[in-house]
Structures are given as C-alpha cells and as structure tokens.
Design a protein around this ligand. Structure first.
Ligand code: GDP
Ligand code: MG
Length: 168
C-alpha cells in the first residue's frame, strides 16, 4: 500500500477555533459548541496532492492547552503543524512564538503554518495585519487568514501543509 499518511497537530491557546477547524475540514460543518470530550484523538480526511492520495490525520487537544499539559503522545510522530490564534484574542497571538518552540522541541523541524482564525470578526481585531505579517516573516511560516465559521481558507491551510510535507 503506497498510501501516504500525515499526522498534523493543531496547536494554539484555548478557544481560538482548533476543534472547530478540524471538525470543519473533516466533516464540512461548523458547530458552534463542538467540544472534543470523548472518543477520537483525531479526525481524518483524504485529499489529493499532485495526483496522489494523502490521508491527513488531524489531532485535536482535549482542551488542556492552558495548563501546558498536552501529552507527548499528542506530538509524537507529528509531521506538520498548524499554529493557530484568534483575531479577537491578543493573548493567543502573543503565544504563537512559544507554540512554535513547543512544536520544535517535541517534533523538530516540520512544516508549519500560522493561522489567524475568526477573520469574520476583523472589525473587532486586536492585532494589526502588519504585525501578523511581521511575525510570520520572522518565524519563516506562511500565514493564512481563516474563518472556520464562514468556511474561508480552511481547506487551503491543509492543502498547503500536505504539499509542503510531500515536497521536502
Ligand atoms: P479551541 O479551544 O481552539 O478548540 O476552539 P473551539 O473550536 O472550541 O472554538 C471556540 C469558539 O470559537 C467556539 O464558540 C466556536 O464556535 C468559535 N469559533 C471557531 N471558529 C470561529 C470563526 O472562524 N469565527 C467565529 N466568529 N467564531 C469561531
Ligand atoms: Mg478544542
């Protein structure tokens, strides 16, 4: 079986929209109060990259982000990562550097992308577009602005990570 499977971890502070993003991408729905409390550690979706099928396994955290209690098992074998923050949560933006470091400490140099979610709330933004772009440049990560709520740019994030993973 030549199928390629890629483990992707989605990190960031609580409430930035990680679980919603996984749910959206894997099931195509936006559920306002989706909570990962039981059952699966990851959801998966098969996408096509350069005419090859790639199985993306998107690993969710169980809401313990703020306690620095994400287990080693969560990061183990991760091959790509999403660093997510919210347009309306300054603290989540300021935490992106430390999330990147955490991923690097656990996984080494793997493809990463910065995601500014909740872009539908841009009227209430607590970060400048420019400072976000500066951070992305500094951290050598591509930046995507997404709205999980409006299904904007979500697919593109995972397509990019899969392509980047395959091209290394
Ligand atoms: P997590 O803690 O990072 O997993 O965040 P959740 O996925 O649980 O989402 C936290 C809250 O933000 C929920 O009420 C979601 O409905 C909401 N949310 C997620 N994505 C968006 C978005 O793109 N726009 C808006 N307005 N709300 C969102
Ligand atoms: Mg969650």
């Amino acid at each position: 079986d030549l199928e390629i499977a890629v483990k992707v971890v989605i990190v960031g502070n609580g409430a930035v929209g990680k679980s919603s993003m996984i749910q959206r991408f894997c099931k195509g729905v936006f559920t306002r109060d989706y909570k990962k409390t039981i059952g699966v550690d990851f959801l998966e979706r098969i996408i096509e990259v350069n005419c090859e099928e790639v199985r993306l396994m998107l690993w969710d955290t169980a809401g313990q982000e703020e306690f620095d209690a994400i287990t080693k098992a969560y990061y183990r074998g991760a091959q790509a990562a999403v660093l997510a923050f919210s347009t309306v949560d300054r603290v989540s933006f300021d935490a992106i550097r430390s999330w990147k470091k955490k991923v690097e400490d656990e996984c080494g140099e793997i493809p990463m992308v910065i995601v500014q979610n909740k872009i539908d709330l841009v009227d209430q933004a607590v970060v400048d577009a420019e400072e976000v772009e500066m951070l992305a440049r500094e951290l050598h990560c591509r930046l995507y602005r997404t709205s999980v709520k409006e299904d904007l740019n979500v697919r593109q994030v995972f397509q990019y990570l899969a392509e980047k993973y395959l091209s290394q």
